[in-house]
Ligand binder design. Structure first.
Ligand code: ADP
Ligand code: MG
Length: 638
């Protein structure tokens, strides 16, 4: 069954011979011709060249590795039938190392079907896979299978003449089933969760109220609503699994604090996990300032901490004395044990994998889970991909925020930008300079940030300029962040390590170099580091020229909107959802056939169909779910 769902990712057409005069570069095809020349060239590398002619055109075959025997067999006058990719060579069209057979008189028969090319798995080559599929095809299939067999076989063994359209249609048919099955898996998990037991955490003291009085600001309406939703969930005896979506700066952290306070009222523990040490540190500071006055002990646990400090934290968690632990993935490492973990909170969940979230969850029995994300996901996608969760939305920013003015500036105008920075710094405000790179290499990243930092120090003399990147030790990073927060650094040169969560209200200018290299969601996150105070903030997108058309369109979206959801929807239209969900996340939501970039438009119908099956044909729903997911968890999201 799994074999049937292991589908070809492309096809080779060996059902027809392409005339040599009609060859195009890049084409992969079957050709045939008589050998009119064969010679070995001795240059830097030995080459064997064979020229084929079919009466109307010619093609050169080029071999770097060959045996004497091959040369003897494929000689002038023989006819060769080859399959390979056409490329441009020094003297015309070529194929390098094609598959070939030579004949005195070639057979007239050709393959009847397109040849599937499978993503190969270890130990299973194409030939073996093709043979297996043919065997499976020959089996007697019962009527009414839960799998769309006809479409599956069409994709495995498409008949000669099958068009791209036919293939796309079959794929869509299967994608529809797969997405429906996925939706059913999510709904199934949701209903399973309903039958699990979690420690109920009803209101016990008035600690939350005390925090409200000392917070120094009023909660927004949206925050009040979401806090209420979360606290209601916590009071139940089944585990909460709630996704809190809120744009950057919407104030998710304080919502998390109210949840932790509720657990603490029951002497139960909370673990808050952040993706970076910088963010963990910052959350630790916020939580300490809010919770310590209420008598709730808070501790921090990160990988970069000193041994002694860490040991003390671990002891506090194991004994149950520490009620709230803020940290990085160190929280779910083996050495970490909790006495009574009742609530796990994952911040910026798109940075984590589902396994990490599960590992944290496993530190308690069946703890309540709150999952926070600033990555806006269009509503239709949420409803399908997160159908196992309840969703809360913080759709309001705290008052007094000034909109960010975003400008597109060509890198050739760097001098003007520098003058602008100087002016902002000299007026007592702070700024970020964000360096980007295409390669995902910490080392290159660090080097480029370092170079930029040197340069900016020379160009902005007399200003205090800090540097932060992912290669620094965690204490160093923390020290730099603290200095920036305290205003000791005026300008912070940074890599995208500051993408999430960093909160310095006095920073009112951000320059992002080569923004075209980043996804819109990431740009929006980065930009969210400014506009946190009451002063008008500016974001300068310093793009490399020339800018491609799509890049221009995408940056225009960022310039014109500050609504993360709108940006996500535009991005979905321009680039597909991989961008929105982030590579880490899509890496996990791996569908076998469905491709959200191509099939997202099916989702509303799929939800409808899934709901219909659940109410009208539960047996069919179960068969479909099992056909795709088996007894296993199936494809997974968050
Ligand atoms: P995010 O949702 O991006 O995680 P944060 O929780 O970091 O946002 O909040 C951003 C900033 O706004 C913080 O400095 C926080 O203290 C502040 N804040 C949160 N809620 C409010 C509010 N209701 N009024 C004013 N400021 C708030
Ligand atoms: Mg945050």
């Amino acid at each position: 069954m799994d074999l049937l769902l292991h589908l070809p990712h492309r096809y080779q057409d060996r059902t027809r011979i392409v005339p040599l005069r009609a060859l195009r570069v890049g084409q992969e095809c079957l050709v045939q011709g008589q050998v009119t020349d064969s010679r070995i060239i001795r240059g830097r590398r030995r080459n064997w060249l064979v020229v084929l002619n079919d009466g109307e055109g010619a093609l050169t075959l080029r071999f770097f590795h060959f045996s004497q025997r091959q040369v003897e067999n494929l000689k002038i006058g023989r006819t060769a039938r080859c399959f390979g990719e056409v490329r441009a060579g020094p003297t015309g069209m070529e194929m390098a190392h094609p598959e070939y057979r030579d004949y005195a008189e070639p057979p007239t028969e050709l393959e009847a079907r397109l040849t599937p090319v499978y993503p190969t798995t270890k130990g299973l080559g194409q030939t073996r896979l093709r043979a297996l599929v043919a065997q499976v095809r020959a089996l007697d299939w019962p009527q009414g299978s839960a799998l769309p067999l006809e479409s599956l076989f069409l994709l495995h063994l498409p008949p000669a003449g099958a068009t791209d359209d036919d293939i796309a249609q079959a794929q869509e048919r299967i994608a529809r089933d797969e997405l429906t099955a996925y939706y059913l898996v999510m709904r199934f998990r949701q209903s399973q969760r309903q039958s699990q037991q979690a420690p109920p955490l009803p209101q016990a003291q008035q600690l939350g109220r005390t925090l409200l009085e000392h917070l120094g600001f009023q909660l927004t309406r949206a925050q009040r609503r979401v806090v209420r939703e979360v606290l209601l969930d916590l009071a139940q005896s089944r585990p909460m699994l709630r996704l809190l979506q809120g744009d950057v700066g919407s104030g998710k952290t304080v919502v998390a604090a109210f949840a932790a306070i509720r657990a603490a009222e029951h002497q139960a523990q909370t673990a808050l996990m952040a993706p970076t040490e910088i963010l963990a540190e910052q959350h630790y500071l916020s939580f300490s300032s809010w919770l310590t006055p209420l008598g709730i002990p808070v501790a921090m646990l990160t990988g970069g901490q000193g041994k002694a400090m860490r040991q003390r934290t671990l002891e506090g968690l194991a004994s149950g004395e520490t009620l709230v632990a803020v940290g990085t993935h160190a929280l779910f490492q083996q050495a970490t044990a909790f006495d009574n973990l009742a609530l796990t909170i994952v911040d910026e969940q798109h940075r984590f994998g589902v396994h990490q979230r599960m590992a944290l969850r496993a530190k308690g029995r069946t703890p309540h889970q709150l999952i926070m994300t600033a990555t806006p996901i269009p509503r239709t996608l949420t409803m399908a991909l997160y159908a196992d969760m309840d969703v809360s939305l913080l759709d309001e920013l705290p008052p007094g925020r000034q909109p960010i003015d975003t400008r597109l500036v060509a890198a050739s105008r760097r001098d003007e930008v520098l003058a602008r920075i100087a002016k902002v710094l000299d007026a007592g405000q702070q700024a970020y300079w964000v360096c980007t790179l295409i390669e995902d290499s910490d080392q290159l990243y660090a080097e480029s940030a370092e170079t930029t930092w040197q340069r900016l120090r020379a160009q902005l003399p007399g200003r205090r300029i800090g540097l932060i990147h992912g290669r620094m030790k965690s204490e160093e990073k923390a020290a730099v962040m603290a200095a920036f927060k305290a205003g000791d650094h005026q300008l912070l040169v940074a890599t995208t390590v500051i993408e999430v969560g960093v909160d310095v209200p006095n920073a009112s200018l951000m320059v992002i170099e080569n923004p075209e290299r980043l996804g819109l969601a990431q740009l929006h996150q980065l930009r969210g580091r400014i506009g946190r105070g009451t002063r008008k903030s500016y974001c300068i997108l310093l793009y490399g020229t020339p800018l491609r058309e799509v890049s221009r369109a995408r940056l225009k979206v960022i310039r014109e909107s500050q609504d993360g959801f709108h940006i996500a929807e535009q991005d979905l239209a321009l680039r597909g959802p991989g961008e929105i969900l982030g590579t880490r996340q899509t890496g996990e939501t791996r569908f076998r056939v469905a491709d959200l970039a191509r099939h997202a438009h099916l989702i509303p119908e799929i939800i409808q169909e899934g709901q219909r099956l659940l109410t009208e044909a539960p047996e069919e729903a179960e068969a479909l779910r099992l056909a795709w997911a088996g007894g296993d968890v199936g494809p997974v999201s968050v």
